[in-house]
Design a binder for this molecule. Structure first.
Ligand SMILES: C[S@@+](CC[C@H](N)C(=O)[O-])C[C@H]1O[C@@H](n2cnc3c(N)ncnc32)[C@H](O)[C@@H]1O
Ligand code: SF4
Length: 377
């Protein structure tokens, strides 16, 4: 039975550029600290091969957003980025008004670098500021300092003509409420439209996991969250997803596509994809090691989400959107809603966990998020 219709499902592209100068002790992203001369060209060749192989997943669609993530994309020469964007453009894969985002570490933010990347088509940047407080940056063992964080902000503000987001972290050892408040106020001062505010998580397989760390108590985390909401809302910046905040509804198109159950193709080492086929949803992961990926960029580890697991997968993504999604919007985005899904929604409404007129958890539904999600199991 044909259930899904991939041709009309929006699709975005994620390109993983894996290199970093050093591994941050809290990071469990797929990164590599051993870039040597010639590696960028080798990766470029593999990315091209991956893209040609992935045509069977892209079908006749064009990308509505492209995201260069990492790792530290700003360690890669703009010439390589230009070659990638030119290839995508020549193959007719870039949709009009495509959001093309690029992650930078503060140290690489300069007028020249911004000129280079905007000239080749980047129209949105995300800077990994983390904090403007040297104590917090030291706790995180970042390789940039508070002065560089501020200079990056000044440089981008002066440059203009770019949508800009920054990443800040809270819940760090030694971080006080007033330090976080100062970080948020500094962000607001620069009038950028977007903020990703992450709570520090201590992931297994990281250096921090093996240490005894004095992270703030649950009460302090709660005060940090309510202070953040107050400060940002006073500046007309509103939360639209667990970690995402925006002014003037300038949501990240790319991230919204993930949560609104769009398709995404991930190319590069360890990149994830979600692709709709006519019978199921495929979740795929590329080989993680840079060398292995370069040797075989077409190898994927594939998990099939069939009809029995579909409702849960869909609900888990849609519930991340703070303002919910209307059923009309879901239809417009070609999201398949099964009969059983609708029945589970009715059960959720009756239990007070879901709102009536759009797909959204009620305050009770958020409080008991596991129960809400389990409705769809
Ligand atoms: C994977 S990084 C890529 C961007 C860039 N390399 C950087 O670090 O700024 C994206 C964001 O994830 C954040 N991040 C990584 N590990 C984290 C963790 N364990 N808890 C919270 N945020 C984390 C980083 O601080 C960064 O802002
Ligand atoms: S710079 Fe970013 S991607 Fe690299 S190790 Fe640090 S947090 Fe991870």
């Amino acid at each position: 039975m044909k259930v899904f219709n991939p041709d009309n499902t929006p699709i975005s592209l994620y390109i993983h550029l894996p290199w970093c100068e050093k591994k941050c002790p809290y990071c469990d992203f797929n990164i590599n600290v051993n870039k040597t001369l010639g590696d960028e060209e080798k990766l470029l060749g593999a990315l091209f091969e991956d893209l040609s192989f992935s045509k069977k997943y892209i079908l006749n669609r064009k990308f509505s957003s492209i995201y260069f993530g990492g790792g530290t994309p700003s360690l890669v020469s703009p010439m390589i980025i230009e070659k990638l964007i030119t290839k995508l453009s020549n193959e007719g894969l870039i949709k009009d008004h495509c959001e093309i985002s690029f992650e930078l570490n503060p140290k690489e933010v300069s007028k020249e670098y911004l000129n280079d990347i905007t000239n080749i088509g980047i129209n949105r940047i995300s800077i990994g500021i983390q904090s403007f407080d040297q104590i917090v940056l030291d706790s995180l063992e970042r390789n940039h300092n508070a002065q560089q964080s501020l200079i990056a902000m000044e440089t981008v503000a002066e440059f203009g003509k770019l949508e800009t987001s920054i990443d800040l972290i809270y819940g760090v050892m030694e971080q006080s409420l007033s330090s976080l408040q100062n970080d948020l106020e500094t962000f607001c001062k620069y009038n950028f439209n977007h903020l990703s505010l992450y709570q520090l998580t201590i992931e297994p397989n990281t250096i921090f996991y093996k240490r005894e760390l004095k992270i703030p108590s649950d009460e302090i985390i709660e005060s940090m969250e309510s202070m953040a909401k107050r400060t940002l809302n006073q500046n007309e910046i509103y939360q639209y997803e667990v970690s995402s905040w925006a002014k003037n509804n300038m949501h990240s198109k790319h991230n919204m596509n993930y949560w609104m159950y769009g398709d995404y193709l991930g190319i590069g080492p360890g990149a994830h994809s979600k692709i709709t086929t006519s019978e199921s949803i495929l979740r795929m992961i590329k080989l993680k090691k840079v060398d292995s990926y370069i040797k075989d960029p077409t190898k994927n580890i594939i998990t099939k989400i069939d009809e029995s697991k579909y409702d849960l997968d869909l609900a888990m993504n849609l519930l991340r959107i703070k303002n919910g999604i209307s059923f009309k919007e879901a239809k417009k985005r070609n999201i398949f809603i099964s009969k059983q899904f609708n029945q589970k929604v009715v059960t959720g409404i009756e239990a007070g966990l879901l709102e009536k007129d759009l797909f959204k958890a009620t305050p009770k539904g958020y409080k008991f998020l596991n129960d809400t999600i389990n409705l769809f199991n």
